[in-house]
Design a protein around this ligand. Structure first.
Ligand code: ADP
Length: 319
């Protein structure tokens, strides 16, 4: 393999730039050429492809977002779209493609692999919702952004004796809410994996109030429903003043944490290693701090699960 391509697709995540840098530098280190594709699969179909040099990725390791831009493309989901993409890759003489993104992006990579085009996936999403890796690139940074926000909200919650509902990202996976809740000593965590445990939340708020607690912090993942709806329900059932904060897109941005930069560098480099060995159709990941890889088809057919022990612990610590 002499020439490889790289793109970022789907939702952006802090640390994607560190992964791009690792891919480019590692590939050049091994004597390969690297081509950057702009705006994900959309740019791939349009041939928005440029050669990258060592300097193309200078001064980006600490930046959030993705210098290659990301996009969503419905056209790429069609056979014609995928053929168009492969034509462009062939036109530029690119032998293999590294896709940094979430499970939607890996579905695209799987389609290209099935058509005989070698692809490797690198998990980049703040949600940590991908099977086959303990952590995804961006999760740690988003988590730290949430913690910073909750710490600030806690100050005002204490001053006014209020219950605060913090809505965080996570459509299908409660990892951000669970980790943030545990790290911030939240009274309750409401996550998509445990939608039926809402009654316990109000019970816990009332119990806390009765023993003189000045405030409650409740973290809810967006996938379970609107924070505002939960706020109304909790206020109605507890009779306590409740406020809601939806953290929104601030969770996606910012300079990646050291942990995300290191993870992104390791995963990006591992993706290049696999292509060098002639391996494709895999997603790289981390398990027990060791680099691993799995068939993309396996990743897509299995579901990521929260750590049940951690969920139980979060309850025990907020009795
Ligand atoms: P993420 O990668 O963050 O999960 P999306 O689900 O939006 O983000 O997927 C990103 C892009 O991947 C889509 O816009 C589309 O171009 C491509 N993609 C998603 N699903 C498929 C599919 N089933 N077949 C081909 N391409 C897909």
């Amino acid at each position: 393999m002499k020439k490889i391509g790289i793109l970022t697709s789907g939702g952006d995540a802090p640390g994607m730039n560190a992964a791009i840098r690792a891919v480019v530098r590692k590939a050049i280190y091994h004597g390969m050429e690297v081509y950057g594709v702009r705006s994900g699969y959309q740019g791939l179909m349009e041939g928005a492809i440029e050669k990258m040099e060592l300097g193309s990725v200078g001064d980006i390791i600490h930046r959030g977002g993705t210098i290659l831009q990301s996009a969503r493309s419905d056209e790429f989901k069609t056979e014609e779209g995928q053929e168009k993409a492969i034509e462009q890759l062939k036109k530029f003489g690119i032998d293999g493609l590294i896709v940094i993104g979430g499970d939607g992006s890996f579905r695209g990579a799987q389609k290209l692999t099935e058509k005989g085009y070698p692809c490797i996936g690198v998990p980049g999403t703040i949600d940590n919702d991908i099977y086959g890796t303990d952590f995804t690139i961006g999760f740690d940074t988003a988590l730290n952004t949430i913690i910073e926000a909750i710490d600030k909200i806690r100050d005002t919650a204490t001053s006014h004796e209020r219950t605060y509902i913090i809505e965080v990202m996570g459509r299908d996976a409660g990892d951000l809410a669970l980790w943030a809740g545990l790290a911030d000593g939240a009274e309750s965590i409401i996550i998509p994996e445990k939608p039926d445990e809402f009654h316990e939340v109000t019970e816990r708020v009332i119990r806390g109030h009765e023993r003189g607690k000045k405030h409650s912090i409740i973290v809810v993942a967006e996938g379970v429903g609107s924070g505002f709806e939960f706020g109304k329900k909790i206020e109605k059932e507890t009779n306590l003043e409740t406020r809601v904060s939806v953290l929104g897109y601030i969770q996606r941005g910012g300079s990646p944490t050291a942990s995300d930069r290191v993870l992104a560098s390791r995963l990006g480099a591992h993706a290049v290693d696999l292509l060098l060995q002639g391996i494709s159709g895999k997603m790289v990941g981390i398990h027990h701090n060791q680099l691993v890889n799995h068939d993309i088809s396996t990743i897509l057919s299995r579901k990521h699960h929260i750590d049940e022990d951690m969920y139980q612990l979060s309850k025990e610590l907020s009795i």
